[in-house]
Design a protein around this ligand. Structure first.
Ligand SMILES: [Cu+2]
Length: 344
């Protein structure tokens, strides 16, 4: 009897750690599963709060009022009805790209297509069966072969010069004094953070149709919170994705960059003049891919500084606000240490 008792006891003892571990793992799994749900639930609430009063959120700290929301100009920074060419451009790379497209590539493509069409029609008529009962057996013509080899090479070289220059310009790193914004693509909205100005991330959701119309903004392009940037100052966007691949694209600024989870992509540009410039996510990212618009509000530099102050941030040139986050980070690691100890 004693033997049986001790056997049962030994068995229980042997199983105990795995039972305890299993229970623990299950609890952890549940916790992990519950986390995204609460995050998702919180996101719309947060965005709703931002939608109603972005300035009021920072009100207790900030004493400066945000500049009034800029009205968009019809046809600027947005597509026009019946438009078939590129949108009007407001950055230097945009001007070059539009010139390359409108003045060089399209006329060249048109001319080559017409030339080939005429050659084909001519050959079909000249060498038709009724006029040539005995077909020509010509197989080589050195002169023509030299021309049709050299001419395309010359055309490609002429096109390569401005297009390689444009390619290099598009990836030129931003100068040190650039305004830095971290752009994060989420399913399905954008987050904007100004690390150098000490402005924490806020999110930008699409406006419903009635609100967009009431604001005089294009529905499906207008979000609640815009990405506010200065005109005439270099800008550096650090673009990433939080869940799947998105793409941050604003056609009138010649900006299009993939937002890839785990990767920081950079895009630098300078906006020529103040205005509202619209864009959209340009990478198929899920069910609401078509409903995560982008609006950049380019303010005159002085007004941009005012906006930064109104959000509780520090304008460029003053002490970097980044140091303010250092104690927070330190706290986090301090918190993490005892927890790690407890686990051990
Ligand atoms: Cu997207």
């Amino acid at each position: 009897m004693n033997k049986v008792k001790s056997l049962v006891l030994a068995g229980l003892l042997a199983l105990a750690p795995s039972l305890a571990m299993g229970g623990h793992a299950l609890a952890q799994d549940n916790a992990v599963a519950a986390a995204p749900a609460t995050e998702n639930a919180a996101a719309p609430a947060e965005s709703a709060a931002n939608a109603t009063a972005p300035a009021a959120e920072a009100a207790p700290v900030a004493t400066v009022a945000a500049p009034p929301r800029m009205k968009p100009t019809e046809g600027i920074g947005m597509p026009k009805p019946g438009e078939y060419t590129l949108q009007e451009q407001f950055t230097s790379t945009g001007h070059t790209a539009r010139w390359l497209h409108d003045v060089m590539l399209i006329p060249l493509i048109f001319a080559i297509s017409i030339f080939v069409l005429i050659l084909m029609l001519y050959a079909m008529w000249k060498f038709r069966r009724s006029a040539n009962p005995i077909p020509s057996k010509t197989a080589h013509n050195t002169m023509i072969e030299v021309i049709w080899t050299v001419l395309p090479v010359v055309i490609l070289l002429v096109v390569a010069v401005p297009s390689i220059g444009l390619l290099a310009d598009q990836y030129k790193p931003a100068p040190k004094d650039a305004v830095v914004v971290k752009v994060t693509g989420y399913q399905w909205y954008w987050g904007y953070e100004y690390p150098d100005n000490g402005i924490p991330e806020f999110v930008s959701n699409m406006l419903p149709e009635d609100k967009a119309k009431a604001n005089g903004e294009p529905y499906l392009l207008a979000p609640d919170n815009r990405l506010v940037l200065p005109a005439g100052r270099p800008i550096k966007l650090i673009i990433t994705g939080a869940d799947v691949i998105h793409a941050f694209a604003v056609p009138s600024l010649w900006v299009k960059m993939d937002a890839v989870p785990g990767r920081l992509n950079e895009k630098s540009f300078t906006i020529d003049e103040p205005g509202v410039y619209y864009g959209q996510c340009s990478e198929l990212c899920g069910a609401r891919h078509g409903f995560m618009p982008i609006a950049i509000e380019a303010l005159p530099p002085a007004q941009f500084d005012q906006w930064v102050l109104s959000q509780g941030g520090k304008p460029a040139g003053t002490a970097p606000a980044a140091t303010a986050t250092a104690p927070q980070a330190a706290e986090k690691t301090a918190d993490a240490a005892p927890a790690a100890d407890a686990k051990i």
